[in-house]
Design a protein around this ligand. Structure first.
Ligand SMILES: Nc1ncnc2c1ncn2[C@@H]1O[C@H](COP(=O)(O)OP(=O)(O)O)[C@@H](O)[C@H]1O
Ligand SMILES: [Mg+2]
Length: 493
């Protein structure tokens, strides 16, 4: 059957497998060895494609261009399909006379004399197939050839799986390295979910520019933390980072806070005072709750951003300032623009770089890390020790919707640490308001039935006090009585 010794060939394949991890090169090499050994004229290896589990893809081919394999596969489909469907090897020593392929156009048209095809199987699953054929009488296959091809296929299956595992490990390794590196660079930002890693990458790439950054996200998601990280990773780190909460201040106060004022500019302006823009010169100004500022202040901010100049309230002197602006909002600022509450030109100036902070409920993968971090922090602060939280507790915390996000998590952990007695953290210590949670047994039931369940449960809770129950349900007592009567329940207070 062979040009060379089949055992030598298997050994050579073993060597290839051990020395190569690049799967494409490996398959090309082993196909060469096998075809040489079997004296085959043409051959190819098909593998399940990564994209679709149903389709097979040619990964190596000899004397057939990869592009042509689809046609060959189509032409020889009777053979390949048989192998794939039955997951067993097929050999024909005289294809022209083989009744299994009678009417198979490919075999006739291409004058194929002999064919071998065997599945590639790993852990009982089909992962691909190897096909070889000959069009010359001289190269006919025999039963020995098939045995060799099957041994070869087993080796190849293992090699493919190894290579896959190796690729997977390499990819995981890269992610781990990236995580470790980012976590080293931002020790204060806890998390390794894709969203938070993306944020860290972004901070790193924009920290050293002067581009304005707008951070959007619900309250407690870490917007200020990110703003500080931006400052500390920039060349401005030796200058001031000044945060100002724009939301709670009246227009006049905010204006004089930001821009300063001249002595006597308004009642109470006893002295001239520099504003935050001047104080933050060469540093970073963090404008928190930016969506809430008035149109007048918006106009003045736009001027600073465009010209790099400010005027103190009541003064005409123009002062140059070099300040990096980071702003934050828990609103959708673009929507504020659309609603006419926020200047579009200012929006673009503030939003050169946009960072979106995901709510905690969308990154519960980070919960265990955050829990660990805050437990350490508050145990140290309160001089306590607690046992490592169990899986159940982490699951319980992960199922909560965390409207207050990381701030709420941090607060409830601190509370739990203060309250814990025997070092054993339990769910009740966290005191979560699970109002948003719906009993899963209610989902999918008719509303009428849900109404009844909720009413009966409320009555149970109020120990059958109908006045109290009506109050809780926010319905009139009359309405409640009416419902109960409908259900044939008449007594009660
Ligand atoms: N990824 C995080 N890792 C560690 N602590 C965080 C993280 N995100 C937020 N925190 C903490 O949660 C609290 C709220 O964060 P903060 O930046 O003030 O949120 P926001 O400004 O969005 O309301 C702070 O104590 C902050 O240190
Ligand atoms: Mg904040």
């Amino acid at each position: 059957m062979s040009n060379s010794d089949p055992f030598q060939a298997l050994l050579a394949i073993g060597d290839e497998i051990n020395s190569r991890h690049d799967i494409d090169v490996l398959l090309e090499r082993v196909l060469d060895i096998a075809m040489d050994t079997l004296n085959a004229e043409r051959g190819f290896i098909l593998l399940k494609s990564a994209q679709s589990a149903d389709s097979l893809e040619a990964v190596a081919a000899r004397n057939i261009s990869k592009e042509n394999i689809n046609t060959i596969q189509e032409l020889s489909s009777s053979v390949v399909n048989q192998v794939i469907e039955k997951i067993e090897a097929v050999i024909t020593v005289d294809a022209q006379a083989d009744e299994r392929f009678a009417g198979a156009e490919s075999v006739v048209l291409q004058n194929i004399r002999s064919i071998m095809c065997t599945p590639l199987i790993h852990s009982g699953n089909l992962i691909g197939a190897i096909y070889m054929d000959n069009r010359l009488d001289a190269g006919k296959f025999n039963e020995e050839s098939l045995k060799f091809l099957q041994a070869f296929a087993r080796q190849t299956s293992i090699a493919i799986e190894n290579a896959h595992l190796f690729e997977q490990l390499q990819a995981e390794n890269q992610i781990l390295r990236q995580k470790a590196e980012l976590n080293d660079a931002f020790p204060e930002i806890i998390g390794e979910s894709p969203a938070i890693l993306r944020t860290m990458e972004l901070i790193r790439s924009v920290a050293d520019t002067n581009a304005s950054v707008l951070i959007e996200g619900e309250s407690g998601t870490g917007k200020e933390l990110v703003a500080r990280a931006l400052h500390h990773h920039s060349t401005r780190r030796d200058k001031l980072f000044l945060p100002i909460f724009c939301g709670s201040l009246t227009e006049n106060i905010l204006e004089s806070e930001l821009f300063g004022h001249k002595k006597g500019a308004f009642t109470g302006a006893i002295d001239s005072k520099a504003g935050l823009f001047e104080e933050a010169h060469l540093g970073t100004l963090f404008l928190d709750e930016i969506a809430d500022i008035s149109k007048n202040i918006q106009t003045k901010l736009l001027r600073v951003l465009q010209e790099g100049e400010i005027k103190r309230v009541g003064e005409n002197t123009i002062r140059k300032v070099d300040v990096r602006i980071v702003s934050a909002t828990n609103k959708d600022l673009w929507k504020e623009v659309e609603d006419g509450n926020f200047r579009e030109d200012l929006y673009y100036r503030l939003n050169v770089i946009n960072i979106k902070m995901p709510p905690l409920r969308e990154r519960t993968g980070d919960l265990a890390l955050l829990l660990d971090h805050f437990l350490q922090k508050y145990c140290a602060k309160n001089n306590k020790t607690v046992e490592k939280p169990g899986k159940d507790l982490i699951k319980y915390l992960g199922s909560y919707h965390w409207p207050g996000n990381i701030r709420e998590l941090e607060n409830s952990i601190e509370r739990a640490v203060i309250l814990v007695r025997d070092g054993q953290l339990t769910a009740d210590l966290f005191n979560l308001h699970r109002t948003g949670k719906i009993d899963s047994e209610l989902i999918g039931k008719p509303l009428k039935e849900i109404e009844r369940i909720v009413i009966m449960k409320t009555l149970e809770m109020t120990e059958n006090n109908r006045t109290k129950a009506a109050e809780l349900l926010d319905v009139s007592r009359r309405w409640l009585q009416y419902r109960l009567k409908e259900w044939g329940i008449v007594d009660g207070d």
